[in-house]
Design a protein around this ligand. Structure first.
Ligand SMILES: Cc1ncc(COP(=O)(O)O)c(C=O)c1O
Length: 385
């Protein structure tokens, strides 16, 4: 689980640094006061470097990052955007906010976007695809990006759960045209609230930068109050204290991922001998963030019993099965735009995904795990599986 386990002296030192440099909390301007202290800008620069991306833009949340990505690609009314049916509501909310029609595709055995179903759902109106690396396991990006290239559709990676993961040596978030990240408090690295975008194309970065800041181009030839603009936008800016925390958290990211992988491996070793348990598939060449360990039980009843057993033993599950309805589009009848895309029987729209997700159990992985945890989790589960 997350960077919040490691929030401490380093984050505090970065925050103090802001106050020792004039206490400017806004990312722009106040140059004389701040004595060259620009935490958000610095965070963007080191984050881009860490991911191997050309450009990065920090924003106020992972949801904002998705909305800004769609704005940078000029997505709007009349367009369709395809994502996957297993994701957090935020992915589809961002599409709805852009004015485009949200379309969801089935997931495959990785529990991420099924390339075959993606192909079936593409129409002449499809203007973007958002793939999600749910709970830190990469989607089948080689197939998905090949399909997007074949159809000339930009790929956005919702890397909210995948920050620090890789596939075939390449950072998650950098396979598509734009990658988005979340730094909310439950994520692998956190700024409390916050998000980031990375870009492969400078023009996308420039459009996103202006749009997330009311259209400001930050033209160096004029003061900000006379700034030039090409379009309107909105305010999704990150503030300096978040940037400061992000700088400290990014340094801890490799340690978080390494600890999570090691702890996940220990739990899996303890569980793998249990009957009626099928691990989530992982694409070849994946380096997961190991945010959670997901397996499929024999039935929905068994999945619910697994959660009960874990909670009784002092452990828990994460998202599956207990928060199924916040993460599965088949249950989102409160979104008329999604219902309009899929017809009234939304609950029947994703039969393969329903069959997978109803049986799924997700065990959170902590950075600081008690030594007895793997055996205790295995013991609790052995009584119900
Ligand atoms: C897949 C996915 N996308 C986007 C978000 C939104 O991130 P935030 O909470 O930073 O707005 C989340 C948050 O959990 C998420 O799980």
């Amino acid at each position: 689980m997350p960077g919040y386990e490691l929030v401490g002296a380093e984050e505090l030192a970065e925050i103090q640094d802001v106050f020792q440099h004039g206490g400017v909390l806004f990312r722009h301007g106040f140059d004389a006061m701040r004595q060259n202290c620009y935490k958000v800008k610095e965070f963007e620069s080191v984050f881009a470097q860490a991911m191997g991306a050309e450009h990065a833009l920090a924003v106020s949340s992972g949801t904002a990052a998705l909305r800004v990505a769609l704005a940078a690609l000029d997505i709007g009314p009349g367009d369709e955007v395809i994502s996957q049916c297993f994701t957090f509501v935020a992915t589809v909310e961002a599409i709805i906010e852009s004015g485009a029609a949200p379309v969801c595709a089935e997931i495959d055995d990785t529990l991420n976007l099924d390339p075959e179903d993606l192909k079936r759902k593409i129409t002449a109106r499809t203007k973007a695809v958002i793939v999600v690396h749910m709970l830190g396991t990469p989607a089948r990006l080689s197939d998905i990006s090949a399909i997007c290239q074949e159809y000339g559709i930009p790929l956005i990676e919702d890397t909210a759960w995948g920050c620090g993961g890789r596939l075939q040596g390449r950072a998650l978030g950098t396979w598509g045209r734009i990658g988005t990240y979340s730094f909310d408090f439950a994520k692998t690295m956190t700024t409390g609230e916050g998000g980031m975008l990375v870009f492969n194309e400078e023009a996308d970065w420039r459009r996103a930068m202006a749009w997330h800041d009311h259209g400001h181009e930050n033209n160096p030839a004029v003061p900000r109050w006379e700034d030039t603009r090409l379009s309107s936008g909105f305010n999704f800016r990150m503030m300096e204290l978040q940037g400061a925390v992000g700088l400290a958290q990014l340094k801890k990211l490799p340690r978080v991922i390494e600890a999570q992988r090691s702890n996940k491996e220990k739990i899996w070793r303890a569980l793998s001998a249990l009957p009626n348990i099928e691990p989530r598939a992982v694409p070849p060449g994946a380096e997961e963030t190991a945010d959670a360990l997901i397996f499929l039980a024999a039935s929905r009843r068994a999945a619910l019993a697994a959660r009960e057993a874990l909670v009784s033993a002092g452990y828990s599950t994460k998202i599956l099965p207990e928060a199924y309805t916040w993460h599965f589009a088949a249950t989102w009848t409160h979104m008329p735009e999604l219902v309009a895309s899929h017809g009234n029987a939304l609950e029947d729209a994703f039969p393969r995904s329903t069959a997978l997700l109803q049986r799924a159990v997700s065990i959170p992985i902590n950075v600081m795990m008690r030594v007895e945890a793997p055996a205790a989790i295995a013991k609790a589960l052995s009584e119900v599986l």
